[in-house]
Every structure is written in C-alpha cells, then in structure tokens.
Design a protein around this ligand. Structure first.
Ligand code: SAH
Length: 342
C-alpha cells in the first residue's frame, strides 16, 4: 500500500524527501499543489522534476474518502457518509454560517465514552482515525463540492482527546500556511473532559480553541449523564480549565445540552454560573437532539430562554445554539457508526 500523503506534516514530508535525495522545499511545493491548487495527481505538478514525480507516484497517493451517501438538510447542512480503506464508515457534517463554511470532523470509529444522550456512543470504539483520515474529511468535501472550508470543529463521532496525538498532528497539517491554512482560532476541539489531555493541550504551540462538554453543574447529575465524570469529576476539570486559561489566555466554551426536567431548572442555571464564575467562560446552550434509543426530552424554548436569561443576568456569557441538520440526523449527538436506522 502506498503512503497517504495526507498523513504528513510539512516538516515530516520534508525530512522524508530529504532522506530520499530530494530537497526539503519540494515538500512546500507539494503542499501548495495538493492543498491550495487542489491538484492531487503528481504527474500534473509541473514544477517538480521528473524523478521526483516518479518517486511520488511510486510511493505516495492522496487518499480521498469514498462517498457512500450524502444528505442535505432544509437548512443547507450536508451530512456525508464516507467509507475508509478498511470499509468502516464515518460521518462528516458541513454547516453553512454567515462567517463561512464549517466542517464537523469525526475523530474515531465509534466512541467509548458512553454519554447517555449521544448516539455516537451506541457503538464502542473500533479504532482511532489516522491523521490522513482526519485531513481527508476536509480535502474530500472540498473536492466533492468545490468549496473552501474555513472552520473546523472536532465534534463528530468519537472523543478527540482519546485520539490525542493524531488530532494534534491533524491540527498541525491543516493550520500549515503552505497548506489549507486554517487559522488556529478557526479550529475547535471538543472534549467530554479527559483531564490529563486538557493540561497537555494547554501546552501545544498551535492555540486552537477548547470546548468542554459539560451538560451538568454538579457531580451527581454529571455522573448520571456522563460516565467519564466518575473518573474526572468537575473539580478536576475546572482546575484544568483554570490552568489552560493561565497558559493560553483563551476563552473556553462550555457546551450544555438542555434536557427537559433533568438539568434545565433555574437552580441549575444558578449552580452553573457559580461553577464557572471567574473563568473566561462562554456557555453554549444546546437544544437536545432526539436520539430514539434514549428517553431524554428536549427543553421547550420558553424554558431554554429563561435558563439563558438567568445565566446572563448572573454575568455568564452565553448563547442558545441554533439547531442545524436535525431533519437528516446530522445534528450534535446524532452521528453514529453506520447509516442503519436513519
Ligand atoms: N466527544 C466530544 C466531541 C463529540 S460531541 C465531546 O464530548 O465533546 C460534540 C457535542 O455534541 C458535545 O457537546 C456533545 O455533548 C453534544 N451532543 C451529544 N449528543 C447530543 C444530543 N443528543 N443532542 C445535542 N447535543 C449532543
């Protein structure tokens, strides 16, 4: 099997080329062709020498993902079902915003976190996605639609901090100026709260955004909703967030799904604002997207507004997230391992 070019950072490709007798700067030329001019066929890279082209054809290929299905929502959100080389399938979601195009990228085949509201966890993790498979979600969608993706959220199936090294290398590749050049502030990684990785993320040279899936303001409730909380309770997450903020000065997004009768009372809004006070926090209130296998219900809009008002009145910056793509099961928490049942 040929090596997947999309697995390589600029630096790694440069070293690989140098060790085969080519020049380091050839890597820059190749990055410009693949990521900027969108030419994936080495033969067409006119400024490369004949020997380099032959070497590339023999040893490398650009692995695009295989599109199985594509569904487009009434609001323009598009969900792709892709198959990987080993025939596992993953979902990737494209969203249109007034500020650009944002791609929700999957980080694992299946997920082990077992959150009680999320369809992605219905199938246990099968394996991590490689760097090339992460990058290929962007390159494949750009190719299929002829668009330029401007924002990335690592919020598809899987826990990105359970595939930490590949996710960080992925960020390095897509942030590269000679490549896709997606700015660090346009990339967001969302975690259910794997504490040691939050500390590690705080030290990364590329300062992409951090989002924490919180969903409950106290341990009792969070233990019920998210089993990972028994391992990393709120106190530890908040401490890690403080350190992250000291290190990066970056605002942290806290995601909070409103679940009817469970975590959406005014007293929860009070508890949440106490928990986050002093942190540079931004709360994203998310309407619950129904997953048939679970019994949770969606908070009605008036109650969601009351929750939002209470938070803002108590000095917490918040938004009530607009739901996108739920008619095609492409909304948060509705992505799953296979397309069955949809
Ligand atoms: N594992 C990571 C990233 C994937 S989830 C994490 O936990 O952050 C991305 C977001 O979708 C998270 O905030 C998650 O909690 C939310 N989500 C999951 N199921 C949902 C549902 N049924 N309705 C609305 N949001 C959901």
């Amino acid at each position: 099997m040929k090596k997947n070019l999309l697995d390589y950072s600029l630096e790694k490709l440069g070293s690989e080329l140098a060790s085969s007798g080519f020049k380091k700067f050839n890597a820059t030329q190749i990055f410009e062709w693949v990521y900027q001019k969108r030419i994936l066929d080495f033969e067409q890279m006119t400024n490369l020498s004949k020997t380099l082209k032959e070497y590339l054809v023999k040893n490398f290929s650009v692995h695009l993902l295989n599109e199985i299905t594509r569904q487009t929502s009434v609001d323009g959100t598009t969900k792709f079902l892709f198959s990987l080389d080993d025939l596992h399938s993953i979902e990737t979601v494209l969203m249109t915003h007034d500020y650009g195009l944002s791609l929700c990228v999957t980080s694992q085949v299946g997920c082990n976190m077992g959150c009680t509201f999320c369809a992605s966890g219905l199938k246990k993790r099968v394996r991590n996605l490689s760097v090339g498979e992460l990058v290929s979600q962007i390159v494949s969608v750009e190719h299929l639609l002829g668009v330029k993706i401007t924002h990335i959220v690592v919020m598809g199936t899987g826990e990105p901090f359970d595939n930490y090294d590949n996710v960080i290398d992925f960020i390095r590749v897509i942030n590269e100026n000679k490549g896709l050049a997606i700015g660090q502030r346009h990339i967001t990684v969302s975690t259910c709260g794997i504490v040691p990785r939050i500390y590690q993320y705080a030290k990364e040279p590329i300062r992409s955004n951090l989002a924490i899936s919180l969903h409950a303001p106290n341990d009792d409730l969070r233990n019920q909703l998210m089993p990972i909380n028994k391992r990393y309770p709120l106190r530890d997450i908040m401490k890690a967030c403080e350190v992250y903020f000291e290190e990066t000065s970056r605002r942290i997004t806290f995601e909070y799904i409103l679940l009817k009768g469970e975590n959406d009372d005014i007293k929860h809004a009070d508890e949440l604002s106490d928990l986050l006070r002093g942190l540079n926090a931004y709360v994203n209130l998310i309407p619950y997207n129904v997953v048939n296998e679970f019994s949770h219900q969606k908070t009605e809009i008036s109650r969601a507004m009351a929750f939002y008002d209470r938070l803002t009145k108590r000095g917490i910056v918040a938004t009530l997230r607009k739901e996108q793509g739920s008619d095609i099961n492409a909304a948060c928490g509705q992505l799953r391992l296979n397309s069955e049942g949809q």
